[in-house]
Design a protein around this ligand. Structure first.
Ligand SMILES: NC(=O)CC[C@H](N)C(=O)O
Length: 197
């Protein structure tokens, strides 16, 4: 069974675990560096990126998370999690993890619409996905290695770049688990049985 971690320092953790389990994988709470050791993939949830960053530093998770990215295993950032993954955060000198080839802008749908729902057309997904946006960022630009998966209102709200998947919205807050399933499909299947000599 695939083991998928959810960074559990702050934010929408439980809903991601439920979605992972609804897709037939094992969900694992991740708080400490050792929790990353046996995972096949990791989700960075939505919440508040600045608060999450403080906790990442306090729990000594920055380097272990970078090492995890370096290992090539799939990582999925939703909303604040996308901000943590991005190589550039508009208006900030330094990124957080800075591993995904996108630039993001925080709170970019305006203060007057703190949260809203929208049916999205997502590449490779049949039929609309009803997405919940909460003080959401958007992807201002996607680097050459990134593939844009969804544009809403002229703004990129979902992209994939190699092992990294990111979206502006909260896919875990609906009963529609197709995006979690899409992420799980990015986990390479384990190599088959060793052949006899
Ligand atoms: N729902 C969310 O994750 C909001 C993200 C938050 N506005 C931030 O900048 O971190």
């Amino acid at each position: 069974m695939k083991r998928v971690g959810v960074l559990a320092l702050q934010g929408a953790v439980r809903e991601h675990l439920q979605s992972i389990e609804a897709c037939g994988a094992e969900g694992v709470l991740v708080k400490w560096p050792k929790d990353l050791e046996t995972l096949d993939a990791l989700i960075l949830p939505g919440g508040e990126s600045t608060a999450m960053r403080r906790l990442i530093d306090r729990y000594g998770m920055m380097q272990p998370l970078r090492d995890f990215a370096e290992s090539g295993k799939p990582m999925f950032g939703t909303c604040a999690g996308l901000i943590l993954l991005a190589k550039t955060v508009v208006g900030y000198e330094e990124p957080h993890l800075g591993v995904m080839d996108v630039a993001v802008e925080r709170n970019s749908f305006g203060r007057q619409v703190d949260s809203f729902e929208a049916p999205l057309e997502i590449k490779d997904l049949d039929g609309a996905f009803d997405a919940v946006f909460i003080r959401a960022p958007h992807i201002v630009s996607a680097g050459p290695s990134a593939e844009v998966l969804c544009v809403h209102d002229g703004r990129i709200v979902m992209a994939k770049s190699g092992q990294f998947l990111g979206c502006s919205f909260h896919p875990e807050l609906t009963e529609d688990h197709r995006i979690t399933a899409y992420f799980l499909s990015m986990i390479p299947s384990r190599s088959g049985f060793p052949l006899p000599n």
